[in-house]
Ligand binder design. Structure first.
Ligand SMILES: [Zn+2]
Ligand SMILES: [Zn+2]
Length: 117
């Protein structure tokens, strides 16, 4: 048993008792009931539960959903018709091939074509 400091409900004098339970105030003789800091719980292990034992259980019981690894990438790939070099073009319509420096233009079907001039 863990000794607890209790206060008499009548004369407010503090005294130490061996553990939670009924005790008689030595000052005024009033019978009191010490709760030991927590409400009486028939399922609690004696002396093992601190005053603030809440928040240890996981609500719902299921694991937290894992967030997706970032937004989906919006990369468009085009192949240079001059050197067959494949590179990301993005949303732009006119690009320059990073390999052969050819001026390319995206057509309506998404393929790249060489712009003359
Ligand atoms: Zn008392
Ligand atoms: Zn090229």
């Amino acid at each position: 048993m863990v000794p607890v400091i209790v206060r008499c409900g009548r004369c407010r004098s503090e005294l130490e008792i061996p553990g939670p339970g009924e005790f008689v105030c030595p000052a005024c003789g009033t019978r009191n009931v010490a709760r030991g800091g927590v409400a009486p719980d028939p399922y609690s292990i004696s002396g093992a539960a601190p005053a603030s034992a809440s928040g240890l259980t996981v609500p719902g019981g299921g694991p937290a959903p894992i967030a997706p690894p970032g937004p989906p990438t919006d990369i468009r790939w085009g192949t240079c018709p001059a050197c067959r070099y494949k590179f990301a073009t993005g949303e732009v319509e006119a690009v320059t091939c990073p390999n052969c420096r050819a001026s390319l233009l995206r057509s309506s079907d998404g393929n790249l074509g060489i712009t003359e001039g």
